[in-house]
Design a protein around this ligand. Sequence first.
Ligand code: NAD
Length: 506
Amino acid sequence: MSDPKHITHWIGGKPWDGVAQRRGDVYNPATGQVSGTVDFATAADVDAAVQAAAQAFTTWGRISLSRRASVLFAFRELVKRHSGEIAALITAEHGKVASDAAGEVARGLEVIEFACGIPHLLKGGFSENVSTGVDSYSLRQPIGVVAGITPFNFPAMVPMWMFPVAIACGNTFVLKPSEKDPSASLLIAQLWAEAGLPDGVFNVVHGDKVAVDALLTHPAVGAVSFVGSTPIARYVYETGTAHGKRVQALGGAKNHMIVLPDADLDLAADAAVSAGFGSAGERCMAVSALVAVDPVGDELIAKISERTRKLTIGPGSDTRSEMGPLVTGPHRDKVASYLESGIEQGATLVEDGRAHPVTGAEGEAGGSDGFWLGPSVLDNVTPQMSAYTDEIFGPVLSVIRVPSYEAAVRLVNDSPYGNGVAIFTNDGGAARRFVSEVEVGMVGVNVPIPVPMAYYSFGGWKGSLFGDTHVHGTEGVHFYTRGKVVTSRWLDPSHGGVNLGFPVNS
Ligand code: NAD
């Protein structure tokens, strides 16, 4: 086995050359072996990154829109050219299969492409003659230094939801990626430098709570974007706003997929298996609660079981694999524990992922020690069971049987989460009513993972989002800018004279 690689921060346009006081292990989930060690930043290291970003803002914040756009276009070309390498880094540290990693980079690229249109996105309004001889116009200006704190499950795409828009708007950025799969962020930093982004505009600090807290309390950080689990999202929102920052904190999820009796059950079964087990269920938009409206349960589960058994589980780098390992050993064990607790609480284990064969791991050194867990289906789950109340974040599909459309909607709307939801039906009227009634931020109609395009905004409701703005799209542009309205009058002798009254228009 080769020596673990050393992963460090990227500050002021180059790798950090200090000596870390603390480090963390990075694993290859397909072998269970340590593949790297990542430096953990202290508050002083975070301060160095923020200072570099603050210094860079003094020029980047004023640079012309066309220059910013040209750097974005160059970056877009480089990310596209290196997308295979970025995807390979993701597979090596996250474990997801190569096609899935490539898909994540492709969705991130769409946000970069959206940000290339920044001259258009920042256009303000102008009203001539709002009062006699007076004009008004609006501007949106960058905030300054902004931070992004991101989860393990999309080590390239989720950061790309944030920094292309933030940087295009004229801000400078400090990224704190997940310590579980940190390498992709450094290749991205190099590509920014190659694209001509001035030093200090994009920085990466690695680490854990120490680094996050340093960002949340740093007086020079003006805004924080966070994506991760709900308890940490709430903490980030409360701490960041208490320190005077603008915060958008996207949290966890429990996404429901409702299948009405008139749905095409083959389509629904394909969708449930794809959305439940893709990326080993480690997606915030994964379907984890399948709501079967009577009488479709038995037939739908039979179709899902048949498809689940055929899935090929193996290393993400093996083109035969449809699903890879889970990200860490403790996470795999926690996900597997829901199968036992589900059975104890009265659910029926229809498919047991612990018994699912792993293909191709034998060939890898220590392959059998990978963090494997195949796809599982738990039937007869009730809203009181932990398999339903908890975000499992793994390849476990819980089936809840309900008697009616109304019961299905009630179940979804009673959930503390509100990230994504899907309905499968051939009844346009039912679908339309559902879209209107459901209390969830992203809704799919016969589409199981309704991730919005880059020019719309991504985000949930309720416990899936703390703050007011979703990410990317126009809400992203608003989050990373402050509005200013200018009212101007040029000298006109007819408007002279003192007037202590409140300005009224004439
Ligand atoms: P996590 O909350 O454990 O970690 C997210 C980030 O917070 C990481 O950078 C981590 O280092 C940091 N962090 C962890 N513990 C912290 C603490 N105590 N104090 C301060 N910072 C801390 O999440 P994860 O396990 O990396 O990712 C999975 C979670 O992310 C799931 O809950 C998933 O639903 C969620 N997620 C949500 C979305 C969304 O759009 N809503 C998207 C992707 C992932």
